[in-house]
Design a protein around this ligand. Structure first.
Ligand code: MN
Length: 356
């Protein structure tokens, strides 16, 4: 058990007025126990009480090592796993996380009419927002891996290579460098780069293309995520001008990160640069997203986010400009809020590059 994390969750529960909480998100269970498994359709739940006691309900198919501070209760296929869980609940408010399948929750509610289920995800999500030193070390390591893969991906650009081919190369590079799994990557050439989430296709790279690479993978379960845009063989004045605006916005966003800054003010610091360059309406998404065990998790870094940056929060800074039917530029780094400012996890160059 990760006792310090568990105690934080218990404290959050007390503040929320929740005495019992069912956590079912495998990544949240991993965060608290170091146990990761994918239960498929079977019941897998960590029951936390506000005194920080924890009981794990799981199927015998997934035997785990006993660990101090954690009670483990197994069920078998054919058992009424929900009834077994119900025996451990008090007739009162029950926090349930947002990912617990309705078939379990509805069965539980049928058995126990006096239970009052409420969404309780925040008790864990709010703890997960603040990465501890171990997690920050893992985030740093994941992004160092991504920097190395980015360098190799850019050097793999050559005449005729399609978006899909390069995406496959990047996925393999991630795994070769130690990522947990291959992910389908965002590789966008030319007109494809004007869609922020373009699906890699059969287009081959050609002279004058923007090449936008948004690459990501989990490494020891913690995600890296970065974007670079380079130009293939040539770049026009406007391509370089837009690049410069996005790069300046990225740097301005990073410079605005410090404890106490609102996420909205960080978004604005970057957005303002793009607006002043005359491209405001082409920056069509939020500046960034929280990241950790999930690739997208709280807090949001957007113009409407009231969240306040505090030490340990990890998120992306990824301004972009997308000119419809032409091309787009995005530059994304991951950062962590430190005691007195910001640490940027990515170090791969942001200088404009014309490749080939
Ligand atoms: Mn991102």
């Amino acid at each position: 058990m990760k006792q310090i994390r568990l105690k934080k969750v218990a404290l959050n529960m007390q503040q929320m007025g929740i005495e019992q909480l069912i956590v079912s998100d495998p990544l949240s269970i991993f965060y608290l126990t170091d146990i990761y498994l994918d239960p498929g359709k079977r019941l897998f739940a960590l029951l936390i009480k506000s005194d920080a006691s924890a009981t794990l309900f799981l199927n015998r198919l997934f035997p785990i090592k006993e660990q101090p501070g954690l009670t483990t209760l197994y069920h078998s296929d054919g058992d009424d796993a929900v009834a077994m869980l119900a025996e451990h609940l008090a007739d009162s408010v029950l926090g349930v996380d947002k990912t617990w399948p309705a078939n379990f929750l509805l069965k539980l509610m049928e058995k126990r009419h006096a239970l009052r289920p409420v969404i309780g995800s925040q008790a864990v999500d709010n703890a997960r927002r603040y990465k501890d030193a171990e997690e920050i070390g893992l985030m740093r390591k994941a992004s160092a891996l991504n920097d190395a893969v980015m360098a190799k991906a850019i050097s793999a650009l050559k005449d005729g290579i399609t978006e899909r081919e390069l995406a496959g190369i990047i996925s393999n590079l991630h795994v070769e460098h130690g990522a947990d799994s291959a992910q389908s990557q965002l590789v966008c050439y030319g007109v494809g780069s004007c869609e922020p989430h373009h699906e890699p296709g059969f287009a081959a790279v050609s002279k004058g293309d923007n090449v936008l690479l948004d690459i990501f993978a989990p490494v020891n379960r913690y995600w890296c995520d970065m974007t670079r845009t380079v130009f293939y063989k040539s770049a026009s004045k406007e391509q370089l001008k837009v690049y410069d605006a996005v790069k300046s916005a990225n740097l301005a966003g990073i410079a605005a990160v410090r404890p106490g800054a609102t996420m909205a003010s960080i978004d604005y610091a970057a957005r303002k640069v793009i607006e002043e360059a005359g491209y405001g309406k082409f920056f069509t998404h939020r500046l960034g997203h929280g990241i950790g065990l999930d690739v997208h998790e709280p807090p949001d870094c957007s113009s409407v986010s009231e969240a306040i940056a505090e030490p340990g929060m990890c998120f992306s800074i990824e301004p972009g400009i997308y000119l419809p039917d032409m091309w787009g530029v995005r530059i994304e780094d991951l950062v962590v809020v430190t005691e007195d400012g910001v640490e940027v996890f990515n170090s791969y160059t942001k200088e404009p590059q014309i490749i080939g």
